[in-house]
Design a protein around this ligand. Structure first.
Ligand SMILES: Cc1cc2nc3c(=O)[nH]c(=O)nc-3n(C[C@H](O)[C@H](O)[C@H](O)COP(=O)(O)O)c2cc1C
Length: 373
């Protein structure tokens, strides 16, 4: 349904990765390489996916991962994803590059576990102001994305844009052939705004693509563990680092004051040819023990993926595209449906695996590349 509804440039934005898309494909392949060793004849009549995320109960070990530009996928996509997350009783992470303001999201989905994802750009006063606003808007946790200070080379983008400010004529014309999408985003009215950060962008750069490119160009490549320490000092609630993909950095994160980390390659959209976050999980779990929360993000499409990640050591998976497909297809109801599908699949698969609770999952239920020890 999403494929039918979206114009080419928006669909490529949703699905694409960087360069050869090797990291993107590798994330799915990593899931395929792990096979289940199911236990049978186990009473699984009392099974539940209920768990705790950052010390609070959640219906399943899943977090709605931050995604920018949701407004081009569906009008008010951020509010709708937050509503679907609230209904499903899981946290929703809002991106710095979202299109609805954080205050609008808080109003649209009262009671949602609302987390704010920070991209550092421009001077320190910008992130400091965003943190103050997130605090006032009731955000429960802060997520610093660490692996996107240099923008991944997404070649499809060059096909769809002219210079850094406009859609190419062919991409604009093609979008006319998607009436449902076009009705929400008439090109004459312009594309949605980056509502949370647009005031920081120079006035002559505030159109959709120009603003997005301006922010990218002003993300300091000096971002470092020193910046992490400065941000940690200013934020008193839970703090999570997203974009860790190396055992040494997992170790380093333990001393950074972070309450959790997300192993992630940004959905294969940044550095290409990275290891799959799933494959790093066992080592990362060994390093963090129970000291901080350990999450993974990348390639989760089905309930069985969620179970594999939890069995390899994740406290929860952070899901991007699988929810976005639902959002594009049918707004909040579509995102809620995507979550319901993953949940139903995971619950049945857990039963077929012979487990009743997420905590019962472990590497003993998996064989790599089908090899049984
Ligand atoms: C369309 C799209 C936009 C994204 N925007 C952001 C973002 O603004 N901030 C961020 O930290 N991660 C962003 N990501 C990465 C996601 O949070 C997540 O890590 C990734 O999508 C996981 O892979 P999956 O899509 O296979 O679930 C984005 C991913 C996609 C697909």
């Amino acid at each position: 349904m999403a494929h039918k509804r979206l114009p080419r440039f928006a669909l490529e934005y949703l699905e694409g990765g960087a360069e050869d898309e090797a990291a993107l494909l590798g994330e799915r392949r990593a899931f395929a390489d792990w096979r289940f060793l199911p236990r049978t004849l186990v009473d699984v009549s009392g099974r539940t996916l209920a768990t705790s995320i950052l010390g609070q109960s959640a219906a399943m070990p899943l977090v709605a991962s931050p995604t920018g530009l949701n407004g081009i996928l569906h009008a008010h996509g951020d509010c709708l994803l937050a509503q679907a997350s609230q209904q499903a009783d899981i946290p929703f992470v809002q991106s710095t590059m979202s299109n609805d303001t954080m205050e609008e999201v808080a109003r649209a989905a009262p009671g949602v576990r609302h987390w704010w994802q920070l991209y550092v750009f421009g001077g320190d006063e910008i992130w400091q102001e965003l943190l103050r606003r997130a605090e006032r808007a009731g955000c429960e946790a802060l997520v610093l994305t660490t692996n996107a200070q240099i923008f991944g080379d997404r070649e499809w983008q060059r096909r769809n844009q002219i210079g850094n400010a406009r859609l190419s004529a062919s991409a604009a014309l093609e979008s006319l052939t998607h009436p449902l999408w076009f009705a929400e985003n008439p090109l004459s009215l312009g594309l949605p705004k980056f509502a949370n950060i647009i005031d920081f962008v120079p006035k002559d750069q505030r159109s959709f693509f120009a603003a997005s490119n301006w922010v990218r160009a002003h993300q300091p490549t000096s971002l470092s563990w020193d910046t992490v320490a400065k941000i940690r000092q200013r934020w008193n609630k839970p703090f999570i680092l997203k974009g860790i993909l190396c055992p040494d950095d997992v170790r380093r994160a333990l001393d950074s004051g972070a309450d959790g980390i997300v192993l992630s390659s940004h959905g294969g959209r940044q550095l290409d040819w990275t290891v799959a976050p799933l494959d790093l999980l066992p080592v990362a779990r060994e390093i963090v023990g129970e000291k901080i929360a350990l999450y993974m993000s990348g390639g989760v499409r089905r309930g069985t993926d969620l179970l594999k990640a939890c069995a390899l050591g994740a406290d929860a998976v952070w899901v991007g595209r699988a929810l976005l497909y639902g959002l594009c297809a049918a707004g909040a109801a579509g995102a809620a449906r995507a979550l319901a599908i993953i949940k139903a699949e995971a619950l049945d698969a857990m039963g077929l695996l012979g487990a009743n609770r997420i905590e019962e999952l472990g590497p003993h239920l998996l064989a790599h590349a089908g090899r049984v020890a």
